[in-house]
Design a protein around this ligand. Sequence first.
Ligand code: GUN
Length: 284
Amino acid sequence: MQAEVIDGRRLAREVTDAVAAEVATMARKPGLAVIIVGDDPASHLYVRNKVRTAERVGFKSETIRLPADTSEADVLGRINWLNSREDIDGILVQLPLPPQLNTLRVMATVDPAKDVDGLHALNAGKLTQGSRALIPCTPMGCLKIIRSVIPDLTGCHAVVIGASNIVGKPMAALLLEENATVTQTHIHTRDTQFICRGADILVSAVGKPGLVKGSWIKPRAVVIDVGTSRVEQPDGTVLTKGDVDFDEAVKVAGAITPVPGGVGPMTIACLMENTLIAAKARMA
Ligand code: GUN
């Protein structure tokens, strides 16, 4: 039997429509500022998509584009300026950053109340203690997708492949909060395939196209593919590929997210939701 292919665009539209409806009732438009450093084409594409969605839901949006050799003092100064502004509710620094910039120091400079990426140590810490603060957008998007097919995760075995600060670690923390039994695998894990075969829910956030084979998947499992690798084809065109071998996995899984059109749109939708949450908290 073929797996259900989850339509991330449709779910994202439900989230952004709800955000837009609420924004329409607000006295002041929520403000989202995005900082992007350098000229990585994929990052610029992601930022354009975020800005377009922010404008569609009715936010005021501001993009600060900086050259790749921008100093850390310059970036931190701009973040401090955004922290101080009344009209800015959310600040997002697009990652990855060029090597002269210390990502943790940059994240630590964003006011936790405006940290719509949920990457400040305070928000990351709150998540591990179960107090729902601003949650990182990609894991939150994955959780909404999972809940659309499994409303109650209690007792499910969830396996997260990858342990990054931006996806893997907060994903595992969120699933634990949903009462799943969570296993996290990473680069040093000895037998990832064996562990994956026991997963009712499998989230892959590695960035290696085709890593997860059909044989790694438990029949009827829910498979969430966070990978977004840009792969050049023999004819020179560039395709976005997930971590999961989709053609194999779709024959085994119960439900699966496609790439593109799965997690990506939900990440952006959750950024809109976080900006609304931050704005409401600041206006209260
Ligand atoms: N780069 C890739 N995904 C993300 C994200 O969710 N937030 C930020 N800030 N940068 C990213």
